[in-house]
Design a protein around this ligand. Sequence first.
Ligand SMILES: O=P(O)(O)OC[C@H]1O[C@H](OP(=O)(O)OP(=O)(O)O)[C@H](O)[C@@H]1O
Ligand SMILES: O=c1cc[nH]c(=O)[nH]1
Ligand SMILES: [Mg+2]
Length: 212
Amino acid sequence: MSVQEIQHPLIRHKLGLMRRATESTKNFRELAQEIGALLTYEATKDLPLESYSIQGWCGTVEVEKIAGKKITVVPILRAGIGMLDGVLSLIPGAKVSAVGVVRNEETLQAQTYMEKLAPNMGSRLALIIDPMLATGGSMVATIDLLKKAGCKEIRAMVLVAAPQGIAAVEQAHPEVKIYTASIDQGLDSNGYIVPGLGDAGDRIFGTKQKDS
Ligand SMILES: O=P(O)(O)OC[C@H]1O[C@H](OP(=O)(O)OP(=O)(O)O)[C@H](O)[C@@H]1O
Ligand SMILES: O=c1cc[nH]c(=O)[nH]1
Ligand SMILES: [Mg+2]
């Protein structure tokens, strides 16, 4: 596996804003989409191209298009939806394969509760999106599910990754490339990434309970 921590100044700046505990839901949401788009730019840098000819304004011109596999974007519900529009702003024609996985906050075990995949998964490059890679349980469960559906090429984009989550993916699925805005220090005793972002789903959807 390879993991790439993207050093682009725009990503570093936007992630810094997201880490502020008082950042509004509106801003947090917008920043997640924006970093989602910037990570997409990096994660698609090596896609193969093929040439073809068109009639331009002054005659025939050779242009290029992305060759090979079609892309399906795979948001891990619910928090992955928070990056989806950003990703689709750069790959507007991509099919979306939604996978519902929730982490049991007591046991930290991932539970899959829904899947609605695009057809012909075996002929697609799957781009998984989720803001948080913590223990890695949710990501590993999603990759397991995609492979069962026939997927052979899988990449993952996460806003923040813990070393434990990276190691878990590497052990279970060593060929999957991970693109992240930050490799953070680790996990706290509740399995939350430190310094992390807190509960990304709650911050994106505005569902954080005031007394928790
Ligand atoms: O690496 P892990 O230890 O599995 O933790 C990471 C997962 O936890 C969060 O989702 P959560 O289960 O809170 O669901 P939500 O998106 O519905 O909030 C996050 O969005 C990841 O999917
Ligand atoms: O830090 C974490 C870990 C799991 N899920 C989150 O939303 N944040
Ligand atoms: Mg959550």
